[in-house]
Write a protein that binds this ligand. Sequence first.
Ligand SMILES: Cc1cc2nc3c(=O)[nH]c(=O)nc-3n(C[C@H](O)[C@H](O)[C@H](O)COP(=O)(O)OP(=O)(O)OC[C@H]3O[C@@H](n4cnc5c(N)ncnc54)[C@H](O)[C@@H]3O)c2cc1C
Length: 462
Amino acid sequence: MSQLIEELTRLLGDKGVLTGEAVAERNPLAGLSQSHAGLPSAVIRPRTTEDVAAVLKLCHRHEQAIVPQGGMTGLVEGTVASSNELALTLERMTDIEEIDPVTRTMTVQAGVPLQAAQEAAEEHGLMLPLDLGARGSATVGGNVSTNAGGNRVIRYGMMREMVLGLEAVMADGTVVSSLGKMIKNNAGYDIKQLFIGSEGTLGIVTRIVLRLRQLPKSQNTAFVAVESFDKVTAFLSSIDGKLGGTLSAFEVMWRDFYELVTKAPAENRPPIPYDYPYYILVESLGADQEADAERFEAALAETLEEELLVDAVIAKSQNERNAMWAMRDDVGQCLQFWPFFAFDVSMGIPDMETYVSEVKQSLDKDWPGHRCVIFGHLGDGNLHVIVGVGDESKDARRAVENIVYSPLRERQGSVSAEHGIGLEKQPYLDWTRSDAEISLMRTLKSALDPKGILNPGKVLQL
Ligand SMILES: Cc1cc2nc3c(=O)[nH]c(=O)nc-3n(C[C@H](O)[C@H](O)[C@H](O)COP(=O)(O)OP(=O)(O)OC[C@H]3O[C@@H](n4cnc5c(N)ncnc54)[C@H](O)[C@@H]3O)c2cc1C
């Protein structure tokens, strides 16, 4: 390993390779890993695609495992590395190379933070629709590699839908560059899809062409309360129809979560009393401030008349809108009942009510006194389930995972809606994917990375 690190230092210079204490500084969460101990031997910091290619060529020759790291905001232990591995960070690849207003695209290096990309697009009157709570630190390369979801999937889709072109470096150092700006390109296999959502196991993403949209001119947001789950789903269909395709967020909070994020020590104030089982943040993005506000209010009034809602508050200013989103994003309040286990599951929306009651019943039986809060991008079939049982041991984790994941199997749900598999969910991949699917994944992995050097052990156990 030390000889390889010397070779890499000759290749990239002193600033291109970090060892010693700097490695721990770059991997502050390493000690919290459930499944991995230790730190990578060195952190490699390329500046260009050519650097990444040269690094991988060397690693391939030495059969050296390498773990790509973006903003390290991933939630499934996808970036943890041990002492026989190297980490490769994209932190010096942060150029926004081009914003093209005609094709409405942006070409960036993979290390650009999501928020920087969003803001650059906005300066040109355009929008990068991906948005999530970790926007300040998460990188576009990490977003691509996890196929990130976030708050606006219901309108714009996941990251996959925003990637028009992509450049990646394969395990042996070959650069596959497909940086076209076309929306339509059916010339053979769509190679870029291999790298989107594969969590650094098939290649290292170096540059991306992103599809942008016109920056919306209107944003209307409301917070509503609903009396039953049937009415949640009826409200979703009704409001979506009434808003004529402009619905951009439908974030549901079960009452436990709403109380957690609006009672002290949380700083948010509850806009609606705690009398109902479900609370929903609903938002619409459009092009005409006045007309859209009228349509939004009218749509909500009609759903009230249809008796789908019991209470509603419409944000009248950007501050009020921010306050509504602050409740939804204040997931950190779960630290009040640390230690907790966090889950990101998906299923058909009609299955959610029975799923949640099954999980809660099992938790009540096995862990009286547990805490369980639920919220999520319900419009996308995605729930976040946070469970605290006062015990963070491996056995407790396994028992809670069993409770949360088992009921997904009969509902054809997924153990990972948007966070990926990483190391953490690897034992449960076959609870969601069939043998044939996993076998095809293995075939792809061994064809693209025959020596198994790219992010080993993540997604698939080889
Ligand atoms: C507060 C908070 C809110 C969040 N909200 C959401 C949400 O709403 N929706 C959502 O989907 N996620 C969410 N996440 C999870 C996380 O932000 C996303 O998974 C994000 O896309 C990860 O980006 P990153 O740059 O931090 O990647 P990292 O965490 O650094 O890496 C994630 C994975 O991608 C690989 N990787 C990173 N960069 C590259 C690259 N250039 N090439 C190849 N592989 C690479 C890594 O090896 C790892 O397997 C949230 C996280 C936090 C902390």
